[in-house]
Design a protein around this ligand. Structure first.
Ligand SMILES: *Cc1c(COP(=O)(O)O)cnc(C)c1O
Length: 234
């Protein structure tokens, strides 16, 4: 085993341990929570090591980097999650390699996702709607405002190729994650009343996965706790 493999193996074990403890504390089964390892900024060689270590799901947030890495790793049996901001003119290209697009936040993306998925020969594409937890005064918002969520969901459901799986959210930078996720919990509860089958909840990252698991996350997106710190130019 190389030094890097050992490092990733050890960090992965620590993260798995945190997930198990958080599930136990929340009285949930560990099998309810999937780990998506966020490999942005790290090379395809790391993705290969992770696959060897049993990782099945990886996440990327920048289209060009993701596309290249997915190509380099096409021989691996991995599920690729696109978790980043999406430009509508890139949506079709993302749908060609992403198995799950977690960051759907506006109607304008949908036709591109559909045509990209169809061109790639996919019968359907899993999507999550990203719901914003930013306050009303936020200068920039990623995700759809909670009051526009159900209307966007109707648009998604109108597209047969898109399989609406659930919701994704990011706790605003600098805010106490417990506070941010306490706003997410009732949004999710109401969501499940209208979309009981779309029960994925992607929330929680390296710093706040425990808080997310506590309020019902089914997918955590963990980067630095597994791969180490990213270069600061982001
Ligand atoms: C980078 C990123 C993550 C992972 O963040 P870490 O703090 O490194 O775990 C999770 N979700 C999104 C949307 C990201 O862009």
């Amino acid at each position: 085993m190389t030094e890097r493999s050992e490092e990733l193996r050890d960090r992965l074990a620590q993260v798995t341990d945190r997930i198990e403890r958080a599930c136990a504390a929340a009285d949930r089964a560990t099998s309810e929570v999937s780990l998506v390892v966020v490999t942005k900024f790290f090379p395809a060689s790391d993705v290969r090591i992770l696959a060897d270590l049993g990782v099945t799901d990886v996440g990327e947030n920048r289209h060009q980097e993701a596309e290249a890495k997915a190509q380099e790793c096409a021989d691996l049996d991995l599920r690729w999650h696109y978790i980043g901001g999406l430009q509508s003119n890139k949506a079709a290209a993302v749908a060609a390699y992403a198995d799950v697009v977690q960051s759907v936040d506006r109607r304008k993306l949908l036709s591109g996702l559909v045509s990209g998925a169809q061109r790639a020969g996919r019968e359907s594409l899993d999507v999550l709607i990203q719901v914003s937890l930013d306050g009303p005064d936020a200068t920039s918002r990623s995700g759809v405002a909670p009051d526009a969520l159900l209307s966007l969901a109707r648009d998604v459901v109108d597209h047969d190729t898109l399989h609406l799986r659930g919701l994704m959210a990011v706790a605003p930078l600098g805010e106490d994650p417990d506070e941010a996720f306490s706003r997410l919990a009732p949004i999710r509860t109401e969501w499940l009343e209208t979309h009981p089958g779309a029960d994925w909840l992607s929330a929680g990252m390296s710093g706040d996965l425990e808080a997310a698991i506590k309020i019902g996350a089914t997918h955590v997106r963990v980067g630095s706790a597994v791969l180490g710190s990213r270069p600061s130019v982001q």
